[in-house]
Ligand binder design. Sequence first.
Ligand code: AMP
Length: 430
Amino acid sequence: MALQRPKGTQDHLPDGSPKLSRDVQASAFAFVQDTARRVLERAGAQFIHTPLFEEAELVKRGVGGSTDIVRKEMFTVYYFGDHGGYVLRPEGTASIVRAYLQNGLKQLPAPLKLWTHGPMFRAENVQKGRLRQFHQVDYEVLGSEGPLVDAEAIWLMWEVVRELGLTGVRVKLGSIGDPEDREAYNAYLRDLFTPHVERLSDDSKDRLTRNPMRILDSKSEGDQALIRELNVKPMLDFLGEEARAHFEAVQRSLTAWDIPYDIDPSIVRGLDYYRRTAWELHHEGVGAKSALGGGGRYDGLAAQLGGPEVPGIGWAFGIERLLLALEAEGVAFPEPGGPLLFLAAMDEENVGLAARVALQGRRVARVEFAYRALKPGNAFKEADRRRARYAAIIGSDEAARGVLNLKNLASGEQQEVALADLNTFLAERV
Ligand code: AMP
């Protein structure tokens, strides 16, 4: 058998491919990226690219050494047989904050809004909506701690899904308070779970000493059963005054802007540098356990990476998950069209002329041509297959007179246009 792509990766295929579904359709990816670009750039976000691989240390500090991502899901990069200490990036935030610090972006007007899209890598158990190479749209705002920035970030995420045409989306909103609130909550959890330590999974036994909040994130059924039994109070009950005021301010904006949200006390992010606002977007079509995307405030991250304190907040969507949701809802989006003009020559000596006219036409529109002479019937068939809007066949008469006989393939109408006027004709119809 011919070689296969690695497990958990996908080829993004051209339209018309026999094995095409929306979540592997290259033009569908472009549609999501273009929609995100439009929404985010109208809000003043600027594009940033960072490397696909980074120092392992950055990811460890940025994502958290105790997370599954760092402990079990990292792709290490080797080169020339040497271990480079690099990993493929599993997410975008750590890299963007690193780039902000390293390149002195603090000089730019704050809050600085940045966005990117691209592949991320996690060695996960592969299943529907869970890949080893997947793609994210990522938005990060640095340099402001106000709740209006948080609400705007959520609004932008909402606006992207709205512009895509999705409807069955819910925002689940939570707050994880300030560090001292979390300390109080962790103390409460430690007291609560310690008498039941024998029932916890091995991972959660470890979490009990290091970071009890992360027990609530556990994927183990046994842990989740114990959590239900113990009637664990939510983090929200432990918010201090300032974190509560911030949380309420975010909600007031969301309500004023008509963004439907549910308060979800189960949203916890156990890492030290997360502060206050955290949320996820969910869609029925993708499954209850799989978020379309999520975000949160991470005011402590820059310092965690060795820089000064820089408040920050950001979110990421999984593009494949958005595409699954679009497919589940049957949302139609612009079908990619064909060329504006398809050119063919009737005889070999005019193939070169057809090519030259096509190259000239490409200055204003998508124009394709046949690489060998075609009989008129075949030329029109070929133009149809490519979904061209106009077709023209160059014979010796057209070549001698310097004209094209353009046929509108939808209406059948024909029209003679001088070669010199072709680009004007095309420009008017792009
Ligand atoms: P996270 O960085 O874990 O908060 O993930 C943000 C979003 O990326 C999720 O809501 C998913 O949409 C997407 N995502 C995360 N991991 C995967 C994966 N293994 N496969 C596909 N999408 C993913």
